[in-house]
Design a protein around this ligand. Sequence first.
Ligand code: GDP
Ligand code: IMO
Ligand code: MG
Length: 439
Amino acid sequence: MSKVIVVIGAQWGDEGKGKIVDLMAERFDVVARYQGGHNAGHSVQVGERSFVLHLIPSGIVHEGKTCVLGNGMVIDPKAFFQEADRLAEQGISVTPARVLISSRAHLILPYHRALDHTSEERLGNERVGTTLRGIGPAYEDKAGRRGIRVADAVVPEVLRSRIERNLEDANRIIEAYGGQALDAAQVFDEMSPLIERLSPFIADTTLFMNRAVREGRSVLIEGAQATLLDVDHGTYPFVTSSCTTAGGACMGTGLAPQRISGVLGIVRTYTTRVGEGPFPTEMLEAEDELGQLIRERGREYGASTGRPRRCGWFDAFATRYAAEINGFDSVALTKLDVLDALDEVKVCVGYRLAGRELESFPAVSKDLRDVEPVYETLPGWKTSTEGVTELDRLPAKARAYVEFISRQIGVPIGIVSTGPERGQTILVRDSALAGWLGD
Ligand code: GDP
Ligand code: IMO
Ligand code: MG
């Protein structure tokens, strides 16, 4: 029987999805992305070599794995080739034999980037803090039924006429907010050779994925962004524009729900957020120094934009919500080693609003800004866990912290990560993970 495992970030992104996907990819045949675009930055470290993947699935680092960019993605061809070229310099070849781009995926064009800037400027103090990569505007065009799909773009006349039509509206908005109008002929001339270079990679990935599953090949589906950035379930409007949660994996690959065999949640031992929006457990004011310590120890700077990430305590209340809507069977708990220096570790176990404990994750941003986290404090372990590969080698207090998190979110911990490198990992092998890895 084929196995199809979906890997999902449980928080606001950068939980370490790249590391865990790379680790697991060895036991899978196909690695697929299903949403988002080059707003993602997934880091993989193998010995001295580091890779940052944006559009291409992290499975590319393993020779012989097929990588799929699914129909739910938005693809900037320029960014794709920049990434492919960088990987080639690092000795990894991105060829049509290994990388398939869905004919149904939507394109990000230069005016989407311009609109992303305009939109953020229009919002002023209420801006989202996007990556400015044109992700939101490309998904707006998709939902507005005027997007340009990869398959449309290969026909030059179609590409030209869609660019002309879409730019009329886009330019009106761009110019109204003081931006520079784009020239349709220039956009076409820029895109045309890129699309030509892209054509050997284009495939019916829905057919490919379903055939792979039918033939018993195993598939790892790599989520980007994370649960709390989901356009429906996340902290709207401070979210990305795609469905990042496990349900999106079907939509964005063309696999039916029955094909999914399991869901692995990626959970960091603390929380970060890059960009704007409410963040109940953020370390502010009195805890600012602690936040800085974590930022430095955890190297919490955006893998895509270099922005410093906001840091906060582990939020079990939000992660329980993530576990529920994604249906986590198992969790990979990352960055335990970053907390080694702390005297004590706080965990948010509930939210209180206007004096009352909340039963569910708030839908309204203002409520999320106003909630008061209810904390439990655990002792720190003050011993290095860096690179530990066995559970019983962890200091007792670190192990207690791991077990506490597992109990709080109600999901077994299958992997504990103790460093960025592939081998700096404890495989706990709960029953779900053992099944997936074939142990
Ligand atoms: P992703 O977007 O979820 O793939 O995460 P990023 O790659 O953006 O950010 C995670 C960062 O943490 C990367 O620099 C990883 O190399 C690093 N990392 C992953 N797991 C661990 C870990 O267990 N310990 C430490 N110290 N770093 C880790
Ligand atoms: P990975 O896959 C963290 C955030 C942006 C912004 C919001 C919307 O590496 O975890 P967008 O450009 O998507 O319209 O921005 O989403 N964001 C991420 N934050 N990790 C990411 O990806 C992110 N991708 C987008 O900072 O707040
Ligand atoms: Mg990232």
